[in-house]
Write a protein that binds this ligand. Structure first.
Ligand SMILES: [Zn+2]
Ligand SMILES: [Zn+2]
Length: 310
């Protein structure tokens, strides 16, 4: 028996569990773009004359993000979309992903900007891991995350971008909210859920338009649109804590579809409550690089310092 699409006459190939929509390939794509467009409007993420830097890793999330932003921005000729890839410098890992990022950018008529850890910090992630030896208590992921954020912000500033879009999906964001709560770091939810309208001087505002699509949605979208992407697990990936949370949330979402969206709503509510009681004075300036920081020296400079000692 053929199952019909909830939106049209065609055969459904995908069930979006958290909305109970059964979708044909074409409606899957359209409803995904619509969900992102509505999220952008609701949270006022973009303006009509923005220069938008899109962080592109070569993986499926950022491929779908770039494809959707490109479609949405077709309506606004004054906007500019610039895909940026940060190459961490992990031997044999980034090459194919980089090729995918280039191919996708080319197919959309965009030119990819490339920045490497080597250019920005004077050493690749491989070098950092070598130097660190086993003296470090932080895994490679912590280094990588901190430096990638910093490199992307620097690139966006150089490119005079108004906003940076990243490909964090619903699953990533729900995991982050729960991780922050379970670590007793609820205030961080305020920082990672800031609205575009609450910028911090020195940081190009960040938006996460893909947080309204689940990882399953994104896999299905990339599959049906045949986007070029290359997802390989990073050889350094050791995020054991996140993996535990992911497994737990996957299980909950399976039993009670809509759990992830409910967590994200809670995250927004917490961020809103924090924003109404604290101000930018929460941030000071890093004594070394001058970037905004919640400590006297920002995390990236602290880590670079440690690496130089090593
Ligand atoms: Zn349909
Ligand atoms: Zn600094």
């Amino acid at each position: 028996m053929i199952v019909r699409c909830s939106k049209c006459e065609h055969e459904a190939v995908y069930l979006r569990r958290y909305t109970s929509e059964r979708l044909c390939p074409s409606c899957l794509v359209h409803t995904s773009v619509d969900r992102v467009r509505r999220a952008i409007n609701r949270r006022k993420m973009l303006r009509e004359d923005d220069r938008i830097v899109v962080g592109v890793s070569g993986g499926k999330d950022s491929a779908v993000l770039l494809d959707i932003i490109h479609q949405i921005e077709q309506r606004y000729p004054q906007t500019e979309v610039i895909p940026v890839t940060i190459d961490e410098g992990i031997r044999g890992y980034r090459d194919q992903a980089l090729e995918a990022a280039k191919a996708l950018s080319r197919s959309l008529g965009l030119s990819l900007v490339l920045r490497s850890f080597e250019d920005v910090f004077g050493m690749s992630l491989d070098d950092m891991v070598d130097v660190r030896g086993d003296t470090g208590t932080l895994g490679a992921c912590s280094y990588c995350g901190v430096f990638r954020r910093k490199a992307l912000n620097l690139a966006a500033r150089e490119l005079e971008a108004d906003v940076v879009a990243t490909g964090h999906n619903m699953d990533d964001e729900a995991q982050t909210v729960i991780m922050n709560i379970m670590r007793g770091d609820g205030r961080r939810i305020g920082r990672t859920n800031r609205l575009r309208m609450q910028p911090i001087r020195g940081f190009v505002p960040r938006i996460k338009p893909l947080a309204v699509l689940s990882e399953r949605d994104i896999v299905a979208y990339a599959h049906h649109t045949q986007l070029p992407y290359h997802d390989v697990p990073c050889p350094y990936a050791t995020e054991a804590y996140r993996n535990d949370i992911r497994n737990f949330l996957n299980d909950m979402e399976h039993k009670r579809p809509g759990t992830l969206t409910a967590i994200l709503r809670s995250g927004e509510a917490i961020a809103k409550a924090i924003a109404s009681t604290s101000s930018e004075s929460f941030y000071s300036t890093c004594s070394t690089c001058g970037d905004p920081s919640t400590t006297t020296m920002c995390k990236a400079c602290q880590l670079l310092d440690k690496l130089e000692q090593g």
